[in-house]
Design a protein around this ligand. Structure first.
Ligand SMILES: C[S@@+](CC[C@H](N)C(=O)[O-])C[C@H]1O[C@@H](n2cnc3c(N)ncnc32)[C@H](O)[C@@H]1O
Length: 268
């Protein structure tokens, strides 16, 4: 795949949706003219869906973009047909922007980690006072709240860019009187040097930059844990397999040594 397309499929997808919408209108009118068919309001949308699929396929975008680019125009069309009051759409747009608006920059959407993973991560935090844990992209705070409840001796921090998930995590901690610090911001501008364990559940697009930052800033001997995603270019076995985590693999690195840790090495 072309490097530009690989680096920014979201922008290519926006272009595909715009072009296919425009061409869909033209093709629908031409179909009516040349084939003498009656115009149906669904005709432009089915042209758009077909064109979006063809463009996505021709540009060799990953297969999930085929589904996104095909489903999005059809979903918009049929939802508008429901004739709900505009306030419903405005509300939905606001919730989506406040939760997922940064995806165009980060390419990391919000989805919570599996609760079984919270228990595994808890076991990886070393015993003894002075431990500081950070969840990079803490979402609605599930990981941090679990750890702060189970390990009150450990200082737990989460940093989250999206305003709505951050607000939910902050409210959850406040109402449940759990001592967690939830910072709203971009972890790329946040120092990683004060933490004994850093947890990340991001996306393949974020992992190379995270690894570089972690190697520069994390203190040797501290732990970096990634749920589901390894580092591109590193051919490694995960520390915990999908069976052990209940969903996806868990990778644990001790900083300073470049190798992945296996469960038996974690007590060293
Ligand atoms: C897959 S969710 C993980 C949520 C949570 N850590 C968990 O385990 O349930 C990833 C989160 O990272 C956030 N995120 C992505 N890039 C970020 C960045 N550069 N700075 C802060 N948060 C970021 C997203 O908004 C999203 O909420």
């Amino acid at each position: 795949m072309n490097k530009t397309i690989a680096a920014s499929p979201q922008w290519i997808s926006v272009l595909i949706l715009l072009c296919s919408w425009l061409l869909g209108q033209i093709f629908a009118t031409e179909t009516v003219y040349w084939l003498g068919l009656d115009f149906s309001p669904e005709m432009p949308i089915w042209w758009q869906v077909s064109l979006a699929i063809a463009m996505t396929w021709c540009l060799s975008l990953p297969s999930w973009w085929l589904i996104i680019n095909a489903a999005f125009p059809a979903a918009v069309f049929y939802t508008v047909e429901l004739n709900w009051p505009p306030i419903v759409f405005m509300g939905a747009l606001l919730v989506l922007v406040l939760s997922y608006g940064a995806i165009f920059l980060t390419r990391v959407p919000y989805y919570p980690s599996h609760p079984k993973v919270h228990g595994l991560v808890e076991k990886l935090v070393p015993e003894g006072p002075g431990q500081q844990f950070l969840d990079l992209g803490s979402g609605m705070g599930g990981m941090c709240l679990h750890l702060a409840t189970q390990r009150p001796d450990c200082k737990v921090f989460g940093i989250e860019m999206a305003p709505l998930p951050w607000l939910v995590s902050w409210l959850r901690a406040r109402f449940r009187h759990i001592s967690c610090v939830f910072v709203r911001g971009d972890y790329q501008n946040y120092s990683l040097q004060n933490y004994s364990v850093i947890f990340a559940y991001l996306s393949p697009a974020a992992m190379s930059a995270l690894w570089e930052k972690a190697c520069l800033e994390m203190v040797p001997g501290t732990l970096l844990i990634s749920y589901e995603f390894g580092i591109p270019g590193q051919l490694i076995m995960p520390t915990y397999s999908t069976d052990e985590t209940g969903a996806a693999a868990l990778y644990v690195w001790r900083m300073g040594s470049n190798s992945i840790l296996m469960p038996e090495q974690l007590s060293d």
